[in-house]
Design a protein around this ligand. Structure first.
Ligand code: AHR
Length: 658
């Protein structure tokens, strides 16, 4: 950060008043209002767009347990290969038998294509593991290779290891591979080494970079996890989204299936495989490798409060509104138990069943769960009648846990209007609102929460993003309008307690939904303008809201405000003012700061600005730094009057400190 001496215009308000185009806002530094919750700005994670398997979860082998409906999907088999189903892991029973090559075949082996190719970096270490046995004894060997079939060079093989299979019993074997050349669209090859006289059985074939985030086994991709940590989110919502619901009940996300040894976490369909036929991904399944223990651990690592979402007994009502597809409202025992057991898993003493499992997995201390959502984007009486028994029982047994209910998929309208009063009646602590809306909506919603009742459930803006009209990508203008809209969240921090942009991740070759906050391919990642907007809020949340008005009104893009949106908070002795200029002209903006003692002027102004060459500009993997916040620090001497010219289409966070 450069500390430059800037000339800050400290103008007399009289002269400012004479400048017709100056917008002079009144900031009441002496009237701190609502407390800003530490959870205010967070993130929402879902395994959509290959966000988990193929993304954050660093496993490089697709269909590692041979449990996709076509057992060899993602694999290429040659020689004599059989698929059997009496393997060592009862919930993932399939495995592969590599038989000695016969009938003129030269080799028997399998190759995994990874997620959009196996990508490795030169001289990096990769950890291979597999469960193996020699079913007919002998002393067979397998050869493990990292290959680039597209290579036109001397060789296609850039790392190799041989493993002796020493037992007729299933055993985990490991090997390290260090390619001496990197490649992008390669494969992991495993084959029977010569002389291939006896077969080898192989199960749960895995390949991880040694360099996972925090060096954990079964870990996360470093760059993607770091991007989350760099946000400093207050809350981390997981695991979805629609995958919580499933299209059929057996496909719903079941957290209990995602804890314990990874080998026995059952593979599950991912409904984003087929949701959009024009973006069909027939190989999109959930390994469960990134499961609830990992989610809680990640929340802790990044300093965010965990916010799990559980199924309420309904399948996705968009995909399947057959009332018989849901769990009957009087048969929710298993679902409510899942919620109770999750609280025990997260917070329970290590002498309890689920608390003991948490300890066994390496985390005896509680995860300090405080809030959970029951149901994702549900609606109608069928939701209300199912949510009610959850709330009653959870409130009775765990009054310390806050419950989030849904307001449906729309930001307004019949479903929304029906659900809000119902959530109030049921005593939900927070209500989840979702809005994927166009620019015009974001521009018109600056005062959305100003008129919300101050009593009753709080708002959790659980999924939102500006979807530009005909521009469903991460262009700057959309991010700017998100920033503008968020001033209204901040101003209403007494009502809005949490907000999480969505979705979070997208693989450039595997997306179903956009825009998204962070894009990646197998080796690179890129933070969008929307990411930086979220980061600017999350790094500057403040503690108390300060009244900030223009002609007595909130600064929310109202008539006569020329596209300005602004809010203010105090942070210890600092004051933070966030201003979005959504217009395409520069705007003069002044602050009349009330309540600062003359003897205690603000002496430093840190201004962090996000702007772009044009509204349609966006970051890309090839040019990830095109749009990024720029910070300047200046010496000032301000107690009550300060002004600035705001560049067109810009979002700036001003921090006044002493
Ligand atoms: O964020 C993408 C999807 O949008 C979520 O899964 C769902 O809750 C919403 O419809």
């Amino acid at each position: 950060m450069n500390r430059t001496k800037l000339t800050i215009l400290a103008m007399a308000l009289g002269s400012l008043g004479a400048m017709a185009s100056t917008h002079t806002a009144v900031l009441r530094a002496d009237k701190p209002g609502a407390v800003v919750q530490p959870t205010m700005y967070g993130i929402f994670f879902e395994d959509i767009n290959y966000g988990a398997d193929g993304g954050l979860y660093a496993e490089m082998v697709k269909n590692r347990s041979f449990e996709f409906p076509q057992a060899l999907l993602g694999w290429r088999a040659y020689g004599s290969v059989e698929v059997l189903d009496d393997g060592p892991f009862d919930r993932n029973p399939h495995y592969v038998r590599l038989l000695p090559a016969s009938h003129g075949e030269k080799h028997t082996g399998i190759e995994n294509e990874g997620y959009f190719g196996v990508t490795v970096k030169k001289d990096s270490v990769y950890r291979f593991s597999a469960w193996l046995r020699a079913p007919q004894g002998g002393s067979p060997r397998i050869r493990v290779e990292l290959c680039d079939p597209a290579s036109t060079g001397e060789t296609q093989v850039y790392a190799a290891q041989t493993i002796d299979v020493t037992s007729g019993e299933w055993k985990k074997y490991t090997a390290e591979l260090k390619p001496w050349q990197g490649f992008d669209k390669g494969v992991l090859r495993v084959y029977l080494a010569k002389p291939d006289k006896t077969p080898v059985d192989i199960e749960h074939v895995s390949l991880f970079p040694a360099n996972t985030w925090k060096g954990r086994e079964n870990g996360l991709r470093t760059d993607l996890a770091q991007a989350l940590a760099d946000l400093k989110p207050g809350v981390f919502r997981f695991p979805g989204g629609c995958i919580v619901e499933g299209t059929e009940l057996p496909d719903r996300y079941q957290w209990k299936n995602t804890v314990g040894p990874v080998e026995n976490r059952p593979t599950n369909l991912n409904r984003w495989l087929y949701t959009f036929p024009h973006r069909l991904f027939p190989d999109y399944y959930q390994s469960g490798g990134l499961g609830f223990f990992e989610y809680f651990q990640l929340s802790e690592d990044i300093g965010a409060e965990p916010l799990p979402v559980l199924n309420v007994g309904l399948v996705c009502q968009y995909q399947n509104n057959d009332l018989h597809a849901h769990v009957p409202a009087d048969s929710l025992r298993q679902y409510i138990d899942d919620a109770l057991d999750l609280i025990e898993f997260a917070n329970g003493d290590t002498t309890t069943t689920w608390g003991a499992l948490r300890a066994e997995l390496g985390h005896p201390a509680p995860f300090n769960l405080k809030v959970m959502a029951i149901g994702n984007e549900q609606w109608g009486p069928e939701y209300v009648e199912r949510l009610e028994p959850f709330i009653k029982e959870l409130n009775a047994k765990h009054p310390e846990i806050k419950i989030i209910g849904s307001s449906g998929p729309d930001s307004e309208g019949d479903k929304f209007d029906y659900l809000w009063p119902e959530m109030r009646r049921l005593g939900a602590d927070l209500v989840d609102e979702h809005f994927y809306r166009p620019e015009s909506w974001f521009l018109s919603q600056g005062t959305r929460y100003d008129s919300y009742p101050r009593k009753g459930p709080k708002v959790f803006a659980g999924e939102y993003a500006c979807h530009g009209k005909g521009k469903k990508w991460n262009h700057f203008h959309a991010a700017l309008l998100e920033a503008a809209f968020m001033t209204g969240l901040e101003r209403n921090a007494d009502v809005v307690h949490m907000a999480t942009y969505a979705p979070l991740f997208a693989h450039v070759e595997g997306w179903q939904w956009r825009p998204d906050m962070i894009w990646f391919d197998n080796s690179r990642s890129m933070r969008t303008s929307s990411y930086y907007v979220q980061q600017l809020y999350a790094h500057n949340p403040g503690e108390r809201v300060l009244p900030l008005t223009l002609d007595g009104k909130p600064i929310a893009g109202l008539d006569g405000q020329d596209g300005l949106f602004a809010s203010a908070v105090s942070d210890g002795s600092d004051i933070i003012v966030k201003v979005a200029n959504t217009s395409d002209e520069a705007r003069d903006f002044a602050l009349d700061i009330k309540g600062v003692k003359a003897k205690q002027p603000f002496t430093t102004l840190t201004a962090t600005r996000l702007t772009a060459p044009e509204g349609d500009a966006e970051n890309s993997l090839d040019n990830p730094g095109l749009i990024a916040p720029v910070t300047t620090v200046a010496d000032i001497d301000v107690t009550k009057e300060w002004s600035v010219s705001l560049p067109p289409m810009s979002f700036t966070v001003y921090r006044f400190s002493r």
